[in-house]
Design a protein around this ligand. Structure first.
Ligand code: ATP
Ligand code: MG
Length: 574
């Protein structure tokens, strides 16, 4: 491709709303263009080319693993969403609209219902399974905070795959195959990534893994063990429980203690009593949003622990938790919630509360006594008394012990680029996607689902590979293999060598960009740095001495070479 013919509007201006390197450089490098509203982008020629290259890697590996590509309608009938029950649950991310006949439709944010509908019409017997169908297609989610460019768009490109099986065992086999296939995809794209355990939402279980592209700018916190392979999204991470005892707090029964100050924070009480915050029980109020109602709920944790909101939300089956006002807490009748310890359960009968597993069957606890300036010491939280109320609701902290090997856990940041999920019959059952098994019995198909954020990957690649000058594309994602700069277009010798390299390499299948613009050298080298083609050749003044420079974008390394040898060097390299 000749640069003089290419639509690549590079720019020096950082877009107003951009803070991440990938967002800034994808726009400044002329790859994408923002469209008015937030979270919508046009792909310009080079952005489209990279998107297609990433898509091709994804497709190639999936096809090799036996998956079949389809393309489902982007517009999806709302009736399907009613059948699965997600029409109500999904909330405002679903973009709903009516057609001229007043039928309701949704722009697909994910296609479980659509794919189940496809399969239920065409597959009847276990003999036709297993089946893994995927598409690489547009999705629309009316994200509450679209941001970071392609990282969190409203319209974006996703690879979504769905597998169908006659047994749970067979779904497990496919799940493992997809994990391996995804590893191949991310490795080919040159990404540093980690596969971690993920939150499986209301379904629970350990059947969900995320592929995290490691980057400090990532929105997700990942808990990793440096001593073994354990890694998990903080929403799903578990720890080995820390159990200490302090018999000096213990008494035959609880003791009530009075104190005379107003600041009853755990910090203050812990100093006053000379007891570690670990022995305190703290309560946290939240307003839980359920399908049909909202309710004030209360969570009990150790004084040293923090609430993990996703775990807490799952523990009570809520859609979302938000912070309540003081008035809402008081109106709920829960403001005097506590103590719940021992026989002293002052919660209303219908109160929803959860106690962190770290407090299960623990003794010597200290807790507010529900009246001003009083606390209880030496309390126990016995499992039998709060049978269904214990849950893992605390966040793993750095330094906590790994559940597998006891190693000290640490945090790292990641970008969720893929998610694989053991679905079971969650969609096949309500949608009646059944098969006749070997005994002629009709049973729901067992499913898995597998996603990759294809457009998000472009942002992920740049988050991991950039410097203060611009992008550094990886081999499989690069817009070109080689970027040749003719420094002075009026210099006949420079032009002749540039043209020769360009035509010869192109004829051998090397994808070359030739900067043949009537521009000064400064902007040309700046564009090389900004656009991030991994290698370049600089044909400049030194050609008079028979020399050119071979450039490696990563590190901006320059290697002088004889102009006689450069062609054979490049032919050997590409
Ligand atoms: P997130 O937690 O980042 O919102 P998600 O859990 O909603 O992601 P999935 O429903 O699992 O995402 O979608 C599959 C993949 O699609 C994700 O792993 C991610 O790479 C990509 N993806 C999700 N939302 C967006 C978005 N708004 N913009 C770009 N890519 C996205
Ligand atoms: Mg999301």
């Amino acid at each position: 491709m000749r640069f003089s013919r290419l639509l690549v509007p590079t720019s020096k201006e950082t877009p107003n709303d951009a803070t991440l390197a990938s967002h800034i450089y994808l726009i400044r490098g002329g790859f994408i263009q923002s469209v008015g509203g937030s979270g919508l982008y046009n792909f310009l020629p080079l952005g489209k080319k990279i998107l297609d290259k990433v898509r091709a890697v994804v497709k190639d590996e999936l096809d090799k693993a036996g998956c079949q590509e389809v393309a489902l309608s982007f517009v999806t009938p709302a009736t399907l969403w009613e059948e699965s029950g997600r029409l109500e649950k999904y909330g405002k991310e679903l973009l709903r609209f009516k057609d001229r006949k007043n039928n309701d439709f949704i722009l697909g944010p994910t296609h479980e219902e659509m794919m189940v509908n496809l399969v239920r019409q065409s597959v009847k017997s276990y003999k036709q399974l297993p089946l893994n169908l995927y598409q690489i297609n547009l999705k629309f989610r009316d994200e509450i905070r679209p941001r970071f460019g392609l990282m969190r768009g409203r319209e974006f490109l996703m690879k979504d795959g769905y597998s169908f099986h006659a047994s749970v065992e067979d779904m497990h086999r496919e799940f493992a195959l997809m994990e391996e296939t995804y590893k191949k995809i991310f490795t080919r794209l040159g990404l540093e990534f980690r596969v971690v355990e993920a939150d499986s939402g209301a379904i629970g279980g350990s059947g969900s893994k995320e592929f995290m592209v490691l980057a400090d700018s990532g929105e997700d916190t990942i808990v990793v063990c440096p001593d073994c392979k354990y890694g998990a999204n903080i929403e799903a991470a578990v720890k080995k429980l820390k159990i200490y005892d302090d018999t000096s707090i213990r008494s035959t029964n609880y003791v009530e203690e009075e104190y005379i100050f107003d600041d009853s924070s755990i910090e203050n009480l812990s100093n006053y009593l000379g007891k570690d915050k670990y022995f305190f029980v703290k309560k946290i109020y939240k307003k839980a949003i359920f399908k049909d109602e909202t309710k004030i709920v209360v969570f009990f944790l150790r004084g040293t622990d923090y609430l993990e909101e996703t775990k807490a939300t799952n523990s009570i089956g809520a859609l979302e938790l938000v912070d309540p006002t003081q008035q809402e807490i008081e109106d709920s009748g829960l403001s005097s919630a506590g103590p719940i310890i021992g026989d002293y359960n002052s919660l209303p009968n219908d109160a929803i509360y959860r106690i962190d597993n770290g407090l299960k069957n623990q003794h010597n606890l200290i807790m507010g006594a529900n009246s001003k300036n009083k606390i209880f010491k030496g309390m126990s939280l016995i499992e039998e008394r709060h049978k269904d109320s214990f849950a893992d609701i605390s966040a793993v902290q750095e330094g906590d012990a790994c559940i597998h090997c006891g190693g000290a856990l640490t945090y790292t940041k990641g970008i969720e680029a893929g998610h694989i999920f053991q679905l079971g019959t969650q969609y096949s059952e309500p949608l009646g996607c059944n098969l006749l098994d070997e005994n002629g019995k009709s049973v729901p198909m067992v499913m898995g689902t597998y996603g990759i954020g294809v457009s998000r990957l472009l942002a992920g690649i740049i988050e991991q590979n950039h410097d203060d000058k611009g992008c550094i594309w990886t081999k499989e994602s690069a817009p070109f293999d080689l970027h040749i700069i003719i420094s002075n277009i009026k210099d006949k010798a420079q032009v002749a060598l540039g043209e020769k390299l360009y035509e010869t390499l192109k004829s051998k299948g090397v994808d070359v960009l030739l900067d043949d613009r009537k521009e000064r050298f400064g902007p040309k080298i700046k564009d090389f740095e900004l656009m991030g083609v991994p290698h370049g050749v600089l044909i400049g003044k030194k050609l008079a001495d028979g020399m050119v420079e071979f450039m490696t974008r990563d590190g901006m390394l320059k290697e002088e070479m004889s102009s006689e040898e450069i062609l054979s060097f490049l032919e050997g390299k590409f």
